[in-house]
Design a protein around this ligand. Structure first.
Ligand code: SAM
Length: 222
C-alpha cells in the first residue's frame, strides 16, 4: 500500500472549479440519493445542518430540496467553490435557503452543540488534521446529533482502484487538471485503521465505521 500523500491544497482555478461543478451536477445524483437515504433512516426532517467541504454544493442543494425543513449551511475553504455553490443553489431554486460561505473544517461557523446534522463528503482526505476536525464536529453537534462522513480509504484493493479510476477518467477526468483526481484523492485518504485510531483519539463519540468498495462511511450510530 502506498504511503499517504497530502492533498491539503484547494482548487483556486476558476475553469477547473467550473468543470468540476458541471460534472458534479451531471453525475452526483446517485451519491446524493445514498446520503439522503441515511438522513431518512435517522428521520431528520428539520433543524440545523452543515456540509463541510461543500465544493459546488451539490449535496446540500439536493438534500434541501428533499427536506426543506432542514436549514443547511455549506462551507468550503475555496472562495471559487463557494461562488459556484451559490450560483448552483440559485439555479436550483434554493438560493435563499442555503447559506454558502468560505470556512474551514477546523473552525466551523456555529455555536457549541448547535447542529442536528453534520455532513462531510469526499473531503476528509484533504484534511491533514483529522482529529482536530472530529473534535470540531463533536463541539458543534447537539447531544445525539447525527453525522455522515464519507471518503475514500487508502487500503482499498488495487482492483477497485483500477476499476474506479477508469470510471473517473470517463466521467470526470476529461479536463487535464482532473485526470489524476481520483488517484490523488485515494492516495491522500486514510486507511480504515488510521481513521479508527483518529476517531478513538477524538471527542467524537458513538460512531460507526464501515466500507463500501472504495468508500469509507463514518456515521453516528443509533
Ligand atoms: C473533493 S471536493 C468535495 C466536494 C463535495 N463535498 C462533493 O462531494 O461534491 C473537496 C472540497 O473540500 C474543500 N476543502 C479542502 N480543505 C478544506 C478545509 N480545510 N476546510 C473546508 N473545506 C476544505 C475543497 O476546497 C473542495 O471543494
Amino acid at each position: 500500500m502506498k504511503d499517504r500523500i497530502s492533498e491539503a491544497g484547494i482548487i483556486e482555478d476558476r475553469e477547473l472549479a467550473e468543470y468540476y461543478s458541471r460534472m458534479a451536477k451531471r453525475y452526483m445524483g446517485i451519491p446524493c440519493k445514498r446520503v439522503l437515504s441515511r438522513i431518512r433512516a435517522r428521520r431528520i426532517e428539520k433543524g440545523k445542518a452543515i456540509d463541510v467541504g461543500t465544493g459546488p454544493g451539490i449535496f446540500p442543494i439536493f438534500l434541501s430540496k428533499a427536506h426543506p425543513g432542514i436549514q443547511f449551511t455549506g462551507i468550503d475553504l475555496s472562495p471559487v467553490m463557494v461562488e459556484m455553490a451559490r450560483g448552483n443553489a440559485v439555479e436550483a431554486g434554493v438560493g435563499d435557503k442555503i447559506d454558502f460561505r468560505v470556512g474551514s473544517a477546523y473552525s466551523l461557523p456555529c455555536g457549541d452543540q448547535s447542529l442536528d446534522l453534520l455532513l462531510c463528503i469526499n473531503t476528509l482526505h484533504h484534511l491533514d488534521r483529522p482529529v482536530d476536525f472530529f473534535n470540531e464536529a463533536a463541539r458543534s453537534l447537539k447531544e445525539g446529533g447525527s453525522f455522515v462522513i464519507v471518503d475514500f480509504h487508502r487500503d482499498t484493493s488495487a482492483a477497485f482502484i483500477g476499476i474506479f479510476n477508469l470510471f473517473w477518467k470517463f466521467f470526470f477526468g476529461r479536463h487535464p487538471g482532473a485526470k489524476r483526481g481520483f488517484l490523488e484523492s485515494v492516495y491522500s485518504s486514510y486507511t480504515v485503521e488510521e481513521c479508527r485510531a483518529f476517531l478513538g483519539e477524538s471527542k467524537l463519540k458513538n460512531w460507526t465505521l464501515y466500507t463500501r468498495t472504495i468508500e469509507m462511511w463514518i456515521e453516528s450510530s443509533g
